[in-house]
Ligand binder design. Structure first.
Ligand code: PLP
Length: 360
């Protein structure tokens, strides 16, 4: 039996991927040279569709890496000289801080209580911090920032670089990317694609910063440093041989999402989140981990369990439904359910019905 994945990444493939994958094999996409014209048009199509879908502001550059984790390391090398400031709401925002710290840079932290986000407006950030990092949707806890947080941050810190992780949220909610200097995602979350491709978007201030660090005699890395990535992106190429197949698929899926419309995708996301939230409130086994409704993720529902999560996972698995366990130390105490664009309203309703009919 083919199972339906509601895991928060990798997840169920976007429903058009199979068809695009067949076409890609027919067109021999995995064998083409990344220095040829066909690849350049794949690159151009992919970036163009992402620009439309995500409403990427004019003057921002779209770059490709192997993952979001790689972007963390590239930001540490290219955009932080001595000090950065990290809003840490869980494991993913914490991992970025650790990478910067590994580079012997002063990575300051403001930690949230578990299942909460830091109240951005109440935090004092030193002027010496060159970059401020925010993780919009903390996939490990299901705690999410809001649009207002970003506007407040930009207003308070016009001179510092603001970095935004949108890995498990874009394009499911509207985000005004002109409020940040750089943002990034991995394709195996909301885009429903095979893992192994990261999208990194930067503005000119990021290019200036990398060049300033280089001028100061700092190492900013080699093949995937900002100047190399940007120079190649200008001719629709990448410094190294990239995941051409995933870039092809991303261009196609981004186009499918543009045709469907972000308005529709976001309305459905809200509807499905409401169905899941209601289910949690009805279930004798579940309760919300993120208590503050405003900060409850639309795309990653995290619930505390009154029985071991593996019992719930096993019972659902027998019905062909795969949901995620809790993250890290909360593996046995929680479940996590993805609400990504590929998950239809009917599938989410069916999953909710099945969870409510569990008898463990
Ligand atoms: C999954 C995830 C990442 C890491 O993505 P990789 O593709 O594994 O590098 C980073 N941030 C968030 C919020 C995530 O959910």
């Amino acid at each position: 039996m083919k199972k339906l994945h509601f895991t928060p990444g990798p997840s169920q493939l976007y429903f058009t991927v199979e068809e695009h994958l067949k076409a890609a094999l027919k067109e021999n996409i995995p064998s083409i040279s990344h220095r040829g014209k066909t690849f350049q048009s794949i690159f151009a199509e992919c970036t163009e569709n992402l620009r439309i879908l995500l409403d990427i502001p004019e003057g921002y550059h779209v770059l490709f890496t192997s993952s979001a984790t790689e972007v963390w390391e590239r930001i540490a090398q290219n955009l932080i000289g001595k000090e950065s400031f990290h809003f840490v709401n869980g494991a993913f925002s914490g991992k970025f801080q650790k990478i910067v710290s590994n580079y012997k840079k002063n990575a300051l932290i403001k930690d949230a209580e578990p299942g909460e986000v830091v109240d951005i407006e109440k935090v004092l950030i030193p002027e010496t911090s060159e970059l401020i990092s925010v993780t919009y949707n903390e996939t490990s806890t299901g705690a999410s920032h809001t649009e207002g947080d970003l506007a407040a941050l930009r207003m308070g810190f016009p001179n510092q670089l603001i970095s935004l992780d949108v890995v498990s949220i874009a394009p499911s909610v509207a985000i005004d990317f002109s409020q940040v200097d750089t943002f990034y995602l991995s394709v195996q979350k909301c885009f429903g694609l095979p893992a192994g491709l990261g999208v990194w978007v930067i503005n000119d201030r990021c290019i200036d910063k990398a060049e300033q660090l280089l001028g100061d005699g700092e190492s900013i890395g080699s093949y995937h440093c900002i100047p190399e990535l940007v120079a190649k992106a200008k001719i629709n190429q990448t410094p190294a041989t990239p995941n051409v197949l995933d870039m092809y698929l991303l261009g196609k899926v981004a186009h499918d999402m543009v045709v469907k419309g972000t308005k529709q995708i976001r309305q459905e996301t809200n509807y499905k989140a409401a169905v899941l939230n209601h289910m949690v409130e009805q279930s004798p086994y579940l309760s919300h981990f993120v208590k503050n409704e405003q900060n409850r993720s639309k795309t990653t529902l995290v619930a505390d369990c009154s029985v071991s999560s593996s019992k719930i996972l096993t019972a659902l698995n027998a019905k062909g439904l795969v949901v995620g366990a809790g993250y890290g130390e909360r593996k046995e105490q929680q479940i996590r359910i993805a609400n990504f664009p590929t998950h239809s309203k009917e599938q989410i309703e069916m999953l909710s019905d099945q969870i409510l009919s569990l008898n463990i």
